[in-house]
Design a protein around this ligand. Structure first.
Ligand code: ADP
Ligand code: MG
Length: 254
């Protein structure tokens, strides 16, 4: 079936545009002139050595870290110091971290219902319905009444993903979501991320899971020392990297 004009337009729509963005931690120039455009529905994998600025870059997108110069625009809203704009962007952008940051004293279901009821004023019954829908999606609905400490790391990370989805974000940012997990549960989290990608979610994933990158990414970005060194579609990125720094990195992780 061919796309209608409208679909074509929304497929071309820019979700995130970062232009000449710089950030310093004190005197340390951590992000140096970052340019990145992500279209709606695109899946971007970000890799690079530890300390290269990957986390800082994605944390700047929802203002968990502040950039000092350049421009970040998310779904048409410019990320400036206006609290209304920051709030609008945070509403659209979900984030999952290496450590899941679930509330230990709340059940899985309560963790998922908290932000929609507290931040968005959603009714308990609607929040519960949404929570169960996404817990089902990450295949953990049967654990809804357990506490995080009763679950494996992979299960907790799936809950964390469901919790983000309950806010109905348009963009999901992942910061090494599998790097704290035991090898045997990494696949279950990656499977959930693949299914999110298949749903058409716009995603930026910092990960060193190169199999996932090959399978899911529209583009793979390599960062080193605060700069984007390479930005290419996965086959070209893995089979024919341009920069020596990318080649060296790939020889270490593959
Ligand atoms: P990555 O995610 O690629 O490992 P980060 O974005 O976490 O890299 O860090 C980039 C650099 O910034 C590192 O040198 C790190 O030590 C430094 N850094 C990160 N967070 C802070 C902070 N809050 N204050 C000062 N330096 C930081
Ligand atoms: Mg990091």
């Amino acid at each position: 079936m061919s796309l209608t004009t409208n679909d074509q337009n929304s497929a071309d729509e820019v979700a995130i545009q970062i232009t000449d963005m710089n950030k310093w931690y004190g005197d340390f120039h951590v992000l140096k002139g970052i340019d990145l455009t992500v279209k709606r529905g695109e899946k971007i994998v970000v890799c690079g050595p530890s300390g290269s600025g990957k986390s800082t870059m994605i944390r700047c997108i929802n203002d968990l870290e502040k950039h000092q110069s350049g421009k970040i625009e998310v779904l048409g809203t410019i990320l400036d110091r206006n609290p209304k704009n920051i709030q609008a962007i945070r509403k659209d952008v979900g984030m999952c971290f290496q450590h899941f940051n679930l509330f230990p004293h709340m059940t899985v279901l309560e963790n998922c219902m908290l932000a929609p009821t507290l931040v968005q004023g959603t009714s308990d019954s609607k929040a519960k319905e949404t929570a169960l829908k996404y817990l089902d999606k990450v295949k953990i609905r049967n654990q809804a009444d357990k506490y995080p400490g009763q679950l494996s790391g992979g299960q907790q990370q799936r809950v964390a993903i469901a919790r983000s989805l309950c806010m109905n974000p348009s963009v999901m940012l992942f910061d090494e979501p599998t790097s704290a997990l035991d090898p045997e549960v990494i696949a279950e989290v990656l499977d959930v991320m693949v299914s999110l990608a298949d749903m058409g979610m716009t995603m930026i994933c910092v990960t060193h899971e190169m199999g996932f990158a090959r399978k899911v990414a529209d583009r793979v970005i390599f960062m080193d020392a605060g700069e984007i060194i390479e930005d290419d579609e996965p086959n070209a990125f893995f089979d024919n990297p341009k920069s020596d720094r990318t080649k060296l990195f790939l020889s270490q992780v593959l």
